[in-house]
Write a protein that binds this ligand. Structure first.
Ligand code: MN3
Length: 208
């Protein structure tokens, strides 16, 4: 099977009280595992079982909706687990901090725009900070398990994601019930900005 569930790099209790252990266990071992299983079944015996998930998503319009939904689900969650950390720093730093200031005016403005994007996503989906075609940082939200890598999202929302927030109810309902804004507020306390900076710097290094 080409795709597998990655291990969490921290204990399931490590993000408490911001993200509770029961949510982490179900989200990782049930929801994410199901995306992996469905994706593996969908690509079994096809050419896609030898292609990276990023490449599949870049041309996902030529695949079935099963691959779009579960391939997106697998990529997004693998990414999300790495963004989270019990050793969160409050703010981004270095070149990423400068790029955020350049694109949004200030970190506070970026934070409120991203929060609004996550709150206003109707139903299930994700909020993203991504690098657009011109190399600028942008915010968007996508429905279901879509993301900026996919060729099916609107052109202006395409790019390289460096921060993502899962706003499906399964990501917060056990602990926060209907209060999505409280979950989003908690998210800011468990972001590994070192990881996000690394993603941004990788892009800058490739470009230069
Ligand atoms: Mn999820």
């Amino acid at each position: 099977m080409p795709f597998y569930l990655p291990d969490l790099q921290y204990e399931v209790t490590a993000l408490e009280p911001h993200i509770d252990a029961a949510t982490m266990v179900i989200h990782h071992s049930k929801h994410h595992q199901t995306y992996v299983n469905n994706l593996n079944s969908a690509v079994a015996g096809t050419l896609a079982d030898n292609i990276s998930i990023e490449h599949i998503l870049n041309s996902v319009s030529s695949y079935s909706s099963v691959v779009r939904n579960n391939g997106g689900g697998h990529y997004n969650h693998s990414f999300f687990w790495q963004i989270l950390s019990p050793n969160s720093t409050i703010n981004p730093s270095g070149v990423l901090a400068k790029a955020i200031d350049y694109s949004f005016g200030s970190y506070e403005k970026f934070k409120s725009d991203f929060t609004a994007s996550a709150i206003n996503r109707f139903g299930s989906g994700w909020a993203w900070l991504y690098i657009d075609k011109k190399g600028l940082l942008k915010i968007c939200s996508t429905p279901n398990q879509d993301n900026p890598l996919m060729d099916v999202v609107p052109e202006e929302h395409r790019g390289i994601p460096i921060l993502g927030l899962d706003v499906w109810e399964h990501a917060y309902y056990l602990h926060y019930q209907n209060q999505r804004p409280k979950y989003i507020e908690a998210f800011w306390r468990v972001i590994d900005w070192g990881f996000v900076e690394q993603k941004y710097e990788q892009y800058c290094n490739i470009k230069n």
